[in-house]
Ligand binder design. Structure first.
Ligand SMILES: Nc1ncnc2c1ncn2[C@@H]1O[C@H](COP(=O)(O)OP(=O)(O)OP(=O)(O)O)[C@@H](O)[C@H]1O
Length: 308
């Protein structure tokens, strides 16, 4: 039984109809009915990611409960909700980062361009190239700015580093330089660092480090970029740059972002999913609709700051 239901007084209980035994919605529908509506949330084209009935357990802790949602291509999807409601857990399921957590058990389906990512035999390195991730705290490698970008493609063999090429002094320097410039430009960092590409990345400011991490993520040519509160450690100016960048990136990439900052979600996302305590996805819709006219009473209370 939910907290809302538990707090209902006897008198209120007498006045309730059968359909009101579920948490209330702003339209008088049950939350289940609202969920049925947003399960049919429609957008043009095929979903880039299709999540169906996803459950995650950490040992006995049921962290995500039957989450289903389709994520459209080349757009920004924000995941919001109070602390501990499972936003990061959901995000990490999208490129199987939770596989690294020993106690985690995952049931359900996640399809990327219609292909199940949880089926046996999926190459996780390939998957994480296609679905990259940017974390809360900037975590550049303690290497030069240029090497932060070229490291991934070299590791994956996308830049030629064969012995013969190196012996002939042609370890595809041009290819590397082009890649470094393209990624830094795409991450809106080139103008600030083009004259010091060989400097250690740890000498950059926090905001620059985070944009470098985004450039590093772009270097392996992802299709989806997962961001877990990418601006929460940054000052307002650095945050604004990251927000502008996310907007630009969504022209070519599918961005899914966890944020605690509701104004940020409202500013940068096309659609918003609201998770609430207990690991439930309560409502998912166009961002304007979620912030201006949410269907669920609990979502309205959360958006208006009554809890969370
Ligand atoms: N590695 C883990 N091992 C065990 N339990 C975990 C692990 N990661 C998350 N949890 C639990 O799963 C639940 C959801 O956590 P999660 O971090 O996904 O929530 P969140 O909404 O992202 O929270 P926050 O906004 O505080 O980051 C919480 O109860 C948390 O304690």
């Amino acid at each position: 039984m939910s907290e809302t239901t538990q707090r209902t007084t006897d008198m209120e209980t007498e006045n309730r109809t059968d359909t009101q035994t579920d948490p209330e919605t702003t339209t008088g529908e049950t939350e289940e009915q609202v969920q049925d509506e947003w399960r049919n949330y429609e957008f043009a084209g095929e979903p880039k990611l299709a999540v169906d009935d996803l459950d995650v357990y950490y040992g006995d802790d049921h962290a995500l409960k039957g989450v289903s949602m389709d994520i459209p291509k080349n757009s920004v999807t924000a995941l919001i909700g109070p602390s501990g409601c499972g936003k990061s857990t959901f995000l990490r399921c999208l490129n199987r980062m939770n596989d690294r957590v020993k106690s985690a058990r995952i049931d359900g389906s996640v399809k990327l361009d219609g292909q199940e990512i949880y089926q046996e035999g999926v190459n996780l390195v390939e998957l994480r190239k296609r679905v990259g991730m940017v974390f809360q705290s900037p975590n550049p490698f303690p290497k030069s700015i240029a090497e932060n970008i070229s490291y991934g493609p070299r590791k994956h063999g996308d830049i030629e580093t064969g012995l013969l090429a190196r012996l002939l002094g042609r370890a595809n320097e041009d290819e590397r330089d082009e890649l470094v410039e393209r990624c830094l430009r795409d991450a809106a960092l080139w103008d600030e660092v083009s004259d010091r590409l060989d400097d250690n990345a740890l000498g950059l400011s926090g905001g620059q480090q985070q944009r470098l991490c985004i450039a590093r993520c772009l270097s392996v040519d992802p299709e989806v970029i997962l961001m877990d509160e990418p601006a929460s450690a940054l000052d307002p100016i650095a945050t604004a740059k990251i927000e502008d960048l996310i907007d630009d990136l969504s022209e070519h990439y599918t961005v899914v972002i966890v944020t605690h900052n509701m104004q940020q979600a409202a500013r940068i996302s096309d659609q918003t999913a609201v998770f609430l305590t207990g690991g439930e996805l309560v409502e998912y819709d166009d961002t304007d609709k979620i912030f201006e006219n949410p269907q669920s009473q609990r979502v309205e209370e959360y958006i208006s700051g009554k809890f969370g």
